[in-house]
Design a binder for this molecule. Structure first.
Ligand SMILES: Cc1cc2nc3c(=O)[nH]c(=O)nc-3n(C[C@H](O)[C@H](O)[C@H](O)COP(=O)(O)OP(=O)(O)OC[C@H]3O[C@@H](n4cnc5c(N)ncnc54)[C@H](O)[C@@H]3O)c2cc1C
Length: 392
């Protein structure tokens, strides 16, 4: 699909393309192409983060006041589109997209000065400690407690499904500071040093055998009160701000369009029912991409956030699962291979059965079941849409 961008946008697109040609190495592209989870692993993500930071494009979605490049929404969309088309690694979002905006929006000057540079340099790797056993969709019921003791909180509880916590040296967490207040009002937002005594991380292997998720146990962990972001009891407001960024902070369409194109390049032309599914997915992904671009254009023109933005995470999750399901079917028996070795781009990988792109297909298929769960399940998304967009 072609879009009639103006000369400034076309110049910008060419600049991004030239940058990607020059700096996105074959090794990084290969690593990204063979990543079966949502985010690149640190061996791929760290070097790409450093390259983007050196160019001044790492925090492209942050405002100028927080160190961003001041791009319009359309330019952000173009950047995401070009990165997706070039097959750039998808950087973990917990730091750059989630806690970063929280820090520059709600953090005090000391917190911003301490954490934002370390986040950008990659010195700090953040994990998101929101969900708990029994408190996922019903997040406000969370029970991890933080009891004030002098200048510290003493934090005790358990977090679960904590993405890439095994790599993290920092955790941002929702904790209950007031057990007597109504559930939402008793929650605060803390920044926790993962090296603190009492923090333990236990892996959760997904159905594919990948290690992306973890349980995080907090047993009497002392966290300075200075590490609380915002006021005591303001955690729920901050969490809502953060979850909006998690569900709608960047475009989903370009990545889906590019992944589908690469799949068809790897399988060759599809026939019959497979071809029908590919065409339907292609139309849906392109429609999502254009919907996101349209919303970006409206926001740049000063319009209010469109209600249609509420559907993007829901729709993107279904297209993602459709593409990964199509891959398994289209590769035939080769799409069912599920090696135990990791990473897929590592030297220990057995030779692929069939094309290289088929090797991670089964792992991708299994991992992408999670798309309709994380960041708010599809049922919860539908409820939000029913209330906010349809007025039910
Ligand atoms: C791959 C992956 C990565 C994740 N990463 C993180 C992370 O880094 N940090 C973090 O904090 N969390 C993370 N999560 C957790 C995620 O946010 C939760 O799994 C999600 O919010 C759902 O919560 P739950 O698992 O407790 O399921 P539940 O809330 O128990 O839901 C179970 C089922 O009931 C349905 N349901 C629940 N309530 C309602 C309702 N009111 N109306 C209709 N249906 C309902 C749900 O849709 C679902 O189908 C991750 C999850 C996954 C799968």
């Amino acid at each position: 699909m072609s879009v009639a961008f103006g000369p400034d946008e076309l110049r910008f697109r060419d600049e991004v393309r030239a940058f990607l040609d020059a700096h996105l190495s074959a090794e990084l592209r290969r690593g990204a192409a063979l990543t079966p989870g949502v985010f690149a692993e640190p061996d791929i993500a760290r070097p790409w983060q450093a390259i983007l930071e050196a160019r001044g494009w790492l925090v492209y979605h942050w405002p100028v006041s927080a160190g961003g490049p001041g791009w319009s929404r359309v330019k952000r969309w173009i950047f995401e589109k070009e990165c997706a088309e070039a097959g750039a690694p998808v950087l973990p979002g917990m730091g750059l997209k989630l806690v970063g905006p929280v820090l520059y929006s709600f953090g005090d000057e000391a917190q911003k000065a301490e954490h934002l540079p370390r986040l950008r340099s990659g010195e700090d790797f953040w994990a998101q400690g929101f969900s708990e056993p029994g408190s996922g969709s019903d997040l406000a019921s969370l029970r991890t407690k933080a009891v004030r003791d002098g200048d510290d909180y003493v934090v005790t509880g358990q977090k679960i499904w904590t993405t890439q916590a095994q790599h993290a040296n920092r955790l941002f967490a929702l904790v209950r500071t007031d057990p007597d207040a109504k559930p939402q009002a008793g929650i605060s937002f803390l920044l926790i040093d993962m090296a603190s005594p009492g923090v333990a991380v236990r892996p959760i292997l997904s159905a594919s055998g990948d290690h992306e998720l973890n349980e995080v146990f907090l047993d009497g962990v002392r966290v300075p009160v200075a590490n609380r972001v915002g006021e005591e009891g303001q955690g729920w407001t901050i969490a809502k701000f953060l979850l909006e960024n998690e569900r709608g902070g960047s475009s989903f369409g370009p990545g889906l369009v590019a992944d589908l194109r690469r799949l068809i390049e790897a399988t060759g032309p599809l026939q019959g029912e497979l071809a029908t599914r590919a065409v339907r997915l292609s139309l849906e992904a392109s429609a999502l991409e254009m919907t996101e671009l349209r919303t970006a254009i409206e926001l740049d023109a000063g319009g209010p956030p469109a209600r249609r933005s509420l559907i993007t995470k829901l729709v993107a999750s279904e297209i993602r699962q459709g593409i990964d399901e199509l891959a398994v079917d289209a590769f035939g028996p080769a799409g069912l291979q599920l090696p135990v070795e990791r990473p897929f781009y590592g030297s220990d990988m057995p030779p692929p059965i069939g094309p290289q792109a088929a090797q991670p297909a089964a792992a991708r298929y299994l991992n992408s079941r999670a798309w309709t769960i994380f960041g708010g399940t599809s049922e919860i998304q539908l409820t939000l849409i029913a209330k906010a967009a349809v007025g039910l």
